[in-house]
Design a protein around this ligand. Structure first.
Ligand code: FNR
Length: 190
């Protein structure tokens, strides 16, 4: 069996280093994980006024999460928290009340920044949000990635062996986490 992982890139930048990190993670992941990006860039700003009539982009977001067996968040840190676009997507997915798409979903959080703390505060903030959304997060290992163009030259390539091993281990651990969660909380496979 293959497990379908829906991944979110928290950046809308056309030159996002987090998108590059996502490419590297996919390249290094175990063979039984399949990846589908869940886009967040075309969502309007969430308002409860939409709860009775979700727009197509928001329905598609929720359906994409339901089709996935796990979610992976690859996000930058904005002002010591998560980017507004990502928070907006999570807010859409968590509503209307009682129809939270993240309920019990296996999840992992990772991110890259140019700065040394490697999105640690954004990840802490995201973890708090996902906890409330009742996602089943992998809590260890944690991964705070300091991006440099030497280590991530493009196309998912990772030049530094220690970084490569670390990212491969992170994804192998995520795979094991998904299997453990699905053992007690199965999701529909399709
Ligand atoms: C940043 N950046 C940043 N970096 C960081 O380590 N901590 C932070 O709090 C912030 N805050 C912040 C706010 C805003 C509005 C921007 C645009 C940027 C820098 C950030 O890490 C850098 O721009 C990364 O390249 C962003 O990731 P993507 O978009 O390239 O994936």
């Amino acid at each position: 069996t293959a497990y379908k992982v829906g991944y979110f890139v928290g950046s809308l930048s056309s030159t996002s280093v987090n998108r590059e990190l996502a490419r590297a993670l996919i390249a290094l992941a175990p063979d039984d994980l399949e990846f589908v990006e869940i886009p967040i860039g075309d969502l309007p700003l969430y308002s409860p006024d939409y709860d009775t009539h979700y727009p197509p982009e928001a329905n598609e977001l929720k359906e994409a999460i339901h089709r996935a067996q796990a979610v992976l968040f690859v996000t930058p840190e904005y002002n010591r928290s998560i980017p507004g676009a990502l928070k907006n997507a999570i807010d859409w997915a968590s509503r209307p009340w009682g129809q939270n798409a993240f309920d019990h979903i296996p999840a992992a959080v990772i991110g890259a920044s140019i700065g040394q703390i490697g999105t640690a505060l954004a990840q802490q903030s995201l973890r708090a949000v996902l906890t409330f959304c009742n996602a089943r997060q992998m809590t260890s290992p944690e991964a705070y990635i300091q991006y440099t163009p030497e280590i991530f030259p493009g196309d998912g390539v990772v030049t530094d062996e220690a970084t490569k091993t670390f990212l491969a281990t992170f994804m192998a651990e995520f795979r094991d986490h998904i299997v453990r969660v699905l053992t007690v909380l199965p999701r529909r496979a399709d």
